[in-house]
Design a protein around this ligand. Structure first.
Ligand code: ZN
Length: 656
């Protein structure tokens, strides 16, 4: 591991301890081999004047809910140092009391809650304190004889702390162990199965001590030939099988969740380990990971129903054996699965969860692989892990992560998604909490949306082959398909029947109706495994009120409306709803430039505004209006409606 300290960067923060703290915290946080997703914490002690002009020592410690990689000054909670040190003197302190007294000692009530390690930071007598969960060091501690190995690597200059629960208990343990010691003789502390602490009055020295300590463990692993995983290629998991696995896991979880496939060559190689089930059953890399990943993954065999029921049985057994009578049973769903020969799957309610779980798993797999070469993976035991999983302070963090949105865990597919109504539908779905496979023939779709929740895929919906591949990509990325907004369409140039070109006619039918049939057909097997599965078809006012010159368009859209009605009849028995929206005069789309609008308005002797609102209610209908209606139709409000056709046109006298 290399130091990424940059003198000319650091120079900018000279004399400002908090800014320097932000700088080196980010250096640590940017390295995934040191900390991930909220792991680790840092602090700085600053002597500053309070409102009464008195000088006070304040500990600025990482606030709960902040990531070191992106932390800013506002992410540090200012706590009176003396109050924290006094807490360390107490014989015992409950979690509730600790949180309460730490908050009471804060000098800014608007700051986030201080890290659970605030007391520990307070008793370390240096200005800067850095704490990480460095992979290499934890890997060495997670082996038989881990402690002896650490002694061998580091000698006397590292204080080794046996594993105890983080929070007050850990602070107290270290407080007692370090009474009367000469701190200056220490380079740092290694906490078994947990991580590393370094400290110094100079932020650079503290940071670089961390790098040096981790480098030593990395060097040791290399010397012991505990090399990283060498990738191999594997069998692709059938996407219907993925959707089925997602369905079963969601049912155990009690809500729909997303599922993502990791079939990277390293993931496949790991899944091929001969005793993979035995090894992964031992536990996670660091105890705090259990909050995101649970203690173990489920291993998928030919009978997933049994795999999952065995997993649940094991979990209930683990709960019963460790529950002190005060804990409430959490859900029993696994957060990841090993698919031997093919890689792994992650499960989570949001795209963010999936990323966290995937990142943690990638590091866990590497650590397990290396530890196996050091005599065997030996993480913390079940009782300690249980204590962590059911720790009220960790559970509180999860709850704080935000209330769930109505479509959380649900997966949508939207066609014609690069512009206009389709694009607005993607945005409304994501706002409602769903993830979306957004497809369009326009290659810009790959970069239109820059969010984890949206997978943009270029696809010609008239090609069955491309549709098939696209659907499989969406299922590999998110786990299934619950909802479709079939929006792809074209508006052919105005041509009277007597002048109709065969090509124009056929193209309209191909895109405006046949492609929708193929899409629905290919998605039905996934919808059958979906949650409250539902389809919305974007029709047109022309179905009820056609105009001269628009035969190719109107006939195709009328066929599409009929397709929706038959689909509603056929798919109802599977609980799949199919409804159709008939928009009219939606002008905020790519075809309607200012120029075209002006010309059209002039043709009818109207102003542009009058032209746009030329309906019974005199309102303008936007893409977002249509998208919001479509999302409502996919949701709870329309849960008992299928086969409906709803105009959205501000009221059209010909339709009414
Ligand atoms: Zn920690």
């Amino acid at each position: 591991m290399k130091s990424i300290w940059k003198e000319n960067e650091a120079k900018k923060f000279k004399g400002n301890l908090l800014k320097l703290r932000v700088y080196t915290s980010q250096l640590l946080g940017k390295n995934e081999d040191l900390v991930m997703h909220g792991g680790g914490n840092t602090s700085v002690k600053i002597n500053e004047k309070n409102i009464f002009g008195e000088k006070e020592d304040i500990l600025y410690v990482k606030g709960s809910g902040w990531d070191l990689g992106t932390i800013e000054a506002a992410g540090f909670a200012p706590v009176k140092l003396k109050a924290l040190q006094q807490l360390a003197d107490l014989d015992s302190l409950t979690d509730v009391e600790m949180v309460k007294y730490q908050r009471m000692a804060m000098t800014d009530p608007a700051a986030p809650n201080p890290s659970v390690e605030a007391i520990l930071h307070a008793i370390i007598p240096y200005t800067f304190v850095d704490h990480t969960h460095a992979d290499a060091v934890v890997t060495v501690t997670n082996t038989p004889g881990g402690k002896e190995r650490i002694e061998e690597i580091y000698g006397e200059k590292i204080l080794i702390i046996p594993y105890v629960m983080p929070g007050f208990i850990l602070a107290k343990e270290i407080y007692n162990m370090t009474k009367g010691i000469d701190w200056d003789k220490l380079d740092g502390m290694i906490l078994m199965n947990h991580g590393v602490f370094t400290f110094h009055n100079d932020p650079k020295v503290s940071y670089e001590k961390m790098i040096a300590i981790v480098s030593k463990s990395e060097g040791y692993l290399k010397k012991q030939s505990a090399t990283p995983i060498k990738g191999t290629s594997g069998r692709k998991i059938n996407t219907l099988h993925i959707a089925d696995i997602r369905k079963q896991v969601s049912e155990i979880w009690g809500k729909p969740v997303l599922t993502r496939t990791d079939d990277s060559s390293e993931s496949v190689a790991f899944s091929n380990l001969p005793d993979v089930k035995k090894i992964v059953n031992r536990g996670p890399l660091t105890p705090d990971h259990i909050i995101q990943t649970k203690r173990t993954p489920v291993v998928v065999t030919n009978n997933f129903e049994k795999d999952l029921s065995d997993y649940v049985k094991d979990y209930l057994d683990y709960f019963d054996k460790n529950n002190t009578g005060e804990q409430t049973l959490l859900d029993q769903a696994p957060r990841w699965a090993i698919v031997p020969g093919s890689g792994s799957l992650s499960f989570g309610p949001t795209a963010k969860n999936l990323t966290i779980i995937e990142d943690i798993n990638r590091h866990t797999k590497k650590a397990i692989y290396q530890a196996e070469k050091l005599g065997g993976w030996k993480p913390l035991g079940k009782a300690d892990l249980f204590e962590m999983e059911y720790w009220s302070l960790e559970q509180a963090k999860l709850k704080k992560a935000g209330s769930s949105k109505p479509m959380e865990g649900k997966i949508a597919l939207v066609t014609g998604a690069a512009s206009g109504i389709g694009k607005a539908c993607v945005e409304s779905l994501v706002a409602a909490g769903a993830v979306v496979g957004a497809i369009d023939i326009d290659p810009s779709i790959r970069t239109t949306f820059k969010k984890k929740e949206i997978l943009g895929i270029q696809c010609d919906v008239t090609s069955e082959k491309q549709l098939r591949i696209t659907i499989e990509k969406i299922v590999a990325q998110f786990g299934g398909i619950d909802m479709i907004i079939s929006s792809a369409g074209i508006f052919p140039k105005s041509t009277r029947i007597e002048n109709m070109e065969t090509k124009l006619w056929e193209k309209s039918l191909e895109i405006n109706v046949s492609s929708h049939q193929k899409l629905i057909q290919l998605c039905v097997p996934y919808l059958k495994l979906g949650f409250d599965p539902s389809v919305v078809i974007i029709g047109s006012k022309n179905v009820a009120a056609p105009g001269p010159g628009a035969a190719a368009y109107s006939v195709a859209k009328a066929g599409l409306a009929q397709l929706g009605r038959v689909a509603a009849l056929e798919l109802g028995e599977n609980g799949i709803r199919v409804n159709t929206i008939h928009p009219n005069a939606v002008y905020d789309t790519a075809i309607w430039t200012d120029e075209v609008l002006k010309t059209r308005a002039k043709h009818y002797k109207l102003t542009v505004k009058e032209y746009k609102t030329n309906n019974v209610l005199k309102v303008e209908v936007t893409s977002k209006d249509v998208a919001d209606l479509a999302v409502s139709m996919l949701g709870k409000t329309f849960s008992k409606i299928t086969g409906a056709q709803v105009p959205i046109d501000g009221g059209n006298d010909r339709v009414i």
